[in-house]
Design a protein around this ligand. Sequence first.
Ligand code: CA
Length: 223
Amino acid sequence: MARILIVEDEDRIAAFVAKGLRAEGHVTTVCADGRLGLEAALADEHDLMILDIGLPGLSGFQVLEQLRDQGSRMPVIVLTARGSVTDTVTALEGGADDYMAKPFRFAELVARVRVRLRQHAVESVSDAADALQVGGVHLDLRTRRATVGGRQVELSAREFTLAETFMTNAGQVLSREQLLDRVWGLDFDPGSNVVDVYVGYLRRKFGAAAITTVRGMGYRFNV
Ligand code: CA
């Protein structure tokens, strides 16, 4: 189930699309005016927008432009007039995710809605994985930088990977073997105390309380 905003001033098309999407289990909102459509889109209560180009108030292009200017990454499928290559190109360059030329078959619209929703969900998850935050410790996975309480701390590549492994599994006990396997791979001397040494390094940088030794089991990064 997704919440779908339909911005279309032709009642017949809006009703047809809304009815069909509701039959697919979605919740729909219809706006017949570009300005109201933009307002509704910016309210961040919808998962996807179906946007007509020729609209009163603001054109579909203007709605799209202002939506993207405001930083919204909501998936947008634009409805264009058949054969209007210029409209299609302008829409895609303006940040539309997809387009449908009118008249279109409903099954095709449903398929495109499904693809866009799925893709957006995947992108949202990978965005969320650009950073990890547990307690006061923040890891930026893109720049490989760490801060503790907003203060930057220097981590070696190995320390960073160890911190990332701990924080991805915060609250869980990880054994020395699991940590060796995930952080050092084959690149270690079995029987070495490298994990204990590096946990010591992280404790010095993150605070001793960040990582607890669980006797006989391993270590836990505290939430
Ligand atoms: Ca129209």
